[in-house]
Design a binder for this molecule. Structure first.
Ligand code: PLP
Length: 424
């Protein structure tokens, strides 16, 4: 093999993945790895799904690519129809892209163009939350609140303000009910909108269950409903980023369905293509699409590979598997077992502070001290050590965190394929 690839890290070398078998990845030496995190919550069907492979072969035999400036395609049309049929109320249109960051970028630009089209050109500000991740392209990175990822690019990032996340384990006061806590942190949005000037705010962006930066931290009951009310009061668009927590990961096709909230836009990716193809989507309320349709008639955005027929064919097959095999029920059942197993095996461990999540999206927060909740010293590089140790033992998990730049907590994220067996 040549040595010209420019990967994530310039240090060390990685094993070569040569095969996939259900919940396992296999490297060139024949070593098997149980994919306990689906990579980064991607491989929701495991690695050799027969239906997706057949759908890809079939589409390849028809047509692989037809530029969306000239054509639509059957798989893209079908995918949009299926997503709308199962989406929260009011979602009527689907914009297909190649991944999560692209979906978030599209949501920001569509929000801006929407307000221009309806005659509110002063709206351009975005509010998001600390300890969030919305992607690595510049607009998405500016939206995310992860200081470590943002720091070196800060001069290039458009100004975005960040309110508190909904992070019960860390922030709820002892004498505060869960509901009161949720309303208190949600009301930070009201205060921030007032501070910036309600007429200038375009959108609020949040993950319903925070993934990479916090480790499967769900919003507490009532939080997102209050957020929805505040957005409505001020005409601010609510964009929910379900790139990691969507597509059945929590046991509902869209995580926000469990919270009973219908956002103005939803971003999805990861589980949509389940790793078989790179694909993401922006789902949009009908009235936002209509404003563009009745106005300029043109969303001033686009990527060469948007609406790719092969990617859409894979996503159709993935959704077919999730819906027809009732994998959402399975996610809830296996998720409850995983949660119980984590609690019985790790719940009393002196360095386990919290176990949380929904469905097959679970996080274990590690602390130096359970009583004070003091995080580990980042110099100990705990997450890197856990990742390496697990990998050496044939388990893929997704540890993140550290106490770098105010990001509190080390955690291990688990997001196994929906087909995971009890024994695995
Ligand atoms: N949004 C969320 C919530 C994510 O977790 C991620 C990726 O981890 C992204 C956006 C970016 O997606 P991608 O890596 O496909 O660009």
């Amino acid at each position: 093999m040549t040595n010209h690839i420019f990967g994530r890290s310039t240090k060390g070398s990685l094993p070569v993945a040569t095969a996939g078998d259900g919940c396992y990845l296999i490297d060139a030496t024949g070593k098997r790895y149980l994919d306990g995190s689906g990579g980064a919550a991607v491989s929701c069907l495991g690695h050799s799904n027969a239906a997706v492979r057949a759908a890809l072969h079939d589409q390849l035999d028809r047509v692989a690519f037809a530029h969306t400036g000239f054509f639509t395609s059957d798989p893209a049309e079908q995918l949009a129809d299926t997503l709308v049929a199962h989406a929260p109320e009011g979602i009527e249109r689907v914009y297909l892209v190649s991944g999560g960051s692209e979906a978030v970028e599209a949501s920001l630009k569509l929000a801006r163009q929407y307000f221009l089209e309806i005659g509110q050109p002063q709206r351009h500000r975005v509010i998001a939350r600390r300890q969030s991740y919305h992607g690595n392209t510049l607009g998405a990175l500016a939206t995310g609140g992860n200081e470590w990822r943002r720091a070196q690019f800060a001069p290039m990032l458009v100004e975005t303000t960040h309110i508190s996340p909904c992070y019960e384990y860390r922030d709820r006061a002892e004498d505060e009910s869960v509901e009161a806590y949720g309303l208190r942190v949600a009301d930070e949005l009201e205060a921030e909108i007032q501070r910036l000037g309600p007429d200038s705010v375009m959108a609020f962006v949040a993950e319903p269950v925070v993934g990479a930066t916090a480790g499967a931290v769900p919003a507490v009951p009532g939080y997102l409903k209050r957020i929805r009310e505040i957005c409505d009061r001020h005409g601010v668009l609510l964009i929910l980023d379900e790139v990691m927590c969507g597509m059945g990961r929590t046991g509902h096709l869209f995580a926000c369905q469990e919270d009973g909230v219908a956002p103005d836009m939803i971003t999805i990716a990861k589980g949509l293509g389940a790793g078989y193809q790179p694909i993401g989507a922006l789902l949009v309320q009908g009235r936002i699409y209509d404003a563009i349709a009745k106005g300029s008639g043109f969303f001033q955005h686009g990527h060469t590979y948007m609406g790719h027929a092969m990617a859409a064919a894979a996503a159709n097959a993935v959704l077919g598997e999730i819906l027809n095999r009732d994998l959402l029920t399975r996610v809830r059942e296996q998720g409850a077992k995983l949660d119980a197993k984590l609690r019985s095996s790790l719940g009393q461990h002196p360095h386990v502070g919290d176990i949380r999540g929904r469905g097959l999206f679970r996080g274990v927060e590690l602390v130096a001290d359970r009583t004070t909740k003091e995080p580990f010293d980042p110099a100990r590089k705990l997450n890197a050590r856990i990742k390496a140790e697990a990998f050496a033992n044939g388990l893929i998990c997704y540890p993140m965190g550290g106490t770098i730049d105010g990001q509190r907590g080390d955690h291990v994220l688990l997001a196994p394929p929906f087909i995971i067996e009890d024994s695995q």
